[in-house]
Design a protein around this ligand. Structure first.
Ligand SMILES: CC(=[NH2+])C(=O)[O-]
Length: 127
């Protein structure tokens, strides 16, 4: 059965989507942009800071379901500019252990609110 997930510890949606949804076994986050839970947009920040905020948002959504980053099976990282891959990857790698999730990283050209990074995750509810 479908259930939507909502937490004050991650930013509200900036459009017509839920922060996350689940069918009871798998959790799908919406793409998380570098927006703080208080609504501050980090659009001018470094790629490292933008990546960290996007991942902090993903983790906050997981924690609202008593999960952590180890529950993530797959992420997708959207970059406005693929030249930011290395800086994104350095920060990204600090969020995961020796067995990180599968990942796709792609250049999106442009992202909502003019940010440089957006990250979504698929996680398993019972790791
Ligand atoms: C930011 C986002 N997830 C969206 O769909 O606009």
């Amino acid at each position: 059965m479908k259930r939507t997930i909502s937490t004050d510890d991650a930013p509200e949606a900036v459009g017509a989507y839920s922060q996350a949804t689940t069918d009871g076994s798998t959790l799908y986050t919406a793409g998380q942009i570098p927006l703080t839970p208080d609504g501050e947009l980090l659009d001018g920040a470094s790629i490292a800071k933008q990546t960290a905020q996007a991942l902090d948002n993903v983790v906050a959504i997981l924690e609202s379901e008593d999960l952590d980053a180890s529950a993530i099976l797959k992420t997708t990282v959207y970059l406005a500019d693929i030249d930011d891959f290395q800086e994104m990857n350095e920060t990204y790698s600090t969020y995961f252990d020796a067995e990180p999730p599968a990942r796709s990283a792609v250049e999106a050209g442009a992202l909502p609110k003019g940010v440089d990074v957006e990250i979504e995750a698929v996680a398993i509810l019972e790791p």
